[in-house]
Design a protein around this ligand. Sequence first.
Ligand SMILES: [Zn+2]
Length: 494
Amino acid sequence: MLIYLIGGRGTGKTTSAKILARAVNCLNPQDGEPCNECEICKEILDGSLTDVVEMDAASNNGVEDVRSIRDEVNFLPTKAKYRVYIIDEVHMLSVAAFNALLKTLEEPPEHVKFILATTEPQKIPTTILSRCQRFDFKKITNENIVKRLKIICKESNIKITDEALELISVLSEGAMRDGISILERCSQENVDEIGADLVKELVGIPSLEYISKITKSIFEGNEIEALEVIDSVINDGKDLNNFLWEVIKYIKDVLVFKVSGKLSVYNKEELEEIKEISELASKDKILNTIYLLSDLENEIKWSNQKTIMFQTGIIKACSTSTIDGLEELRKKVDDLENKLNSGNIPVTKTPVKQQVKLEENVAPKKAEQATSKASKPVDNNSGNSEIDWANIINKLKTSGKVRLYTSLANTKVNQQGDMILEIIFPNGLTPFVRSLLEDSSNKKDLTDILISETGKQWSIRLVDGKTGNNQIKPDESKAKSNINNLGIDINIIE
Ligand SMILES: [Zn+2]
């Protein structure tokens, strides 16, 4: 008999395998559960029963390791009813080892049960999978992790704050084992009560104080203070990658707060701080800072000059987020565009505006808007119909596609015929946003919403409204020669 347990790390596969091993052998089972008190249960629990064999395929993955199993299975169990083999991380077995075991796994003797556990079922031969009774283990919810940890704390007399428990559950990412080991680590400290700060310190999360301080400095354009924070973080021996990741997460929370006025993970003082910071910057500024720091995150990941790159990146963030002139400039461009759209003034020759000129040439905007209000903006024949882009972006938000929403929030679209939809990034297209939009599941989400809103499939082009055509590489120039005429850089993602 083959039983197959599939699930992420720390979701309870091995624990369940051991319970199963006792349940099938228990002398006094109660409703299918092992009694944990009979001779057999006790011996399995303390690991002395030779009929239950546990093997970690991650460290014993060779042919010799499985040969003993292959030879043993023919013998009857010494004491228990069944010989039970628990093979953990079974996908780690070498191909040769798998082959050596295949026959046994395919037709195990009556008195043998195999329990295979893995995090990666796709690596297991289908001949084996098809013979298994399969059980899938899901990630454990934060709520249930908290519940379980509370019980452990009560039993072991550990005092801990709710906030700390909550934080541990978040850090565990659905793996109970991780939650328990963080708790264990914390309980070794000599404190009356475990608080969230202790958890952060032991896990190596830089304190929120540093994170909020550097965020504030960035939005105030205070480079000196920002650099001081970096120094303190380095002096505390914290990892800069982690720190940056936490800062990005924090700024994202600032954005969420600015948009919704709500946040759940922070306490009252922390929320007060976030509110203050959120008032320092516009939504655009906050978004741009997130993009900039995400790019920085990718850059420093592979760099041996982390500190210097980090410092330079933060200085850049400090200065770009304070150029209010840029904001004003953009507003002016937007104004101009609106005027152009309404057909009030003649067209000039900057790239972004040329976009508009094209639209102008195709059809007068005013008439279009009038029709698009009256009916859904789908028109398969003319190719001039207007997509209600603001509505689509809003749909992304309401359907919880937050990353797509934030990436596309300030974009415009330009329809080319009735097949191609250009998404224009007036502030430039960062590598971060590009990779996000090229991610297949995001692409699918966007396409799905477009289909449901417009009734058809669009080929999407991402257009950097800032760079103009001077970044087109020579080898691409031929293919893009007609695009060059538009004065914009076009990248086709589909
Ligand atoms: Zn028992």
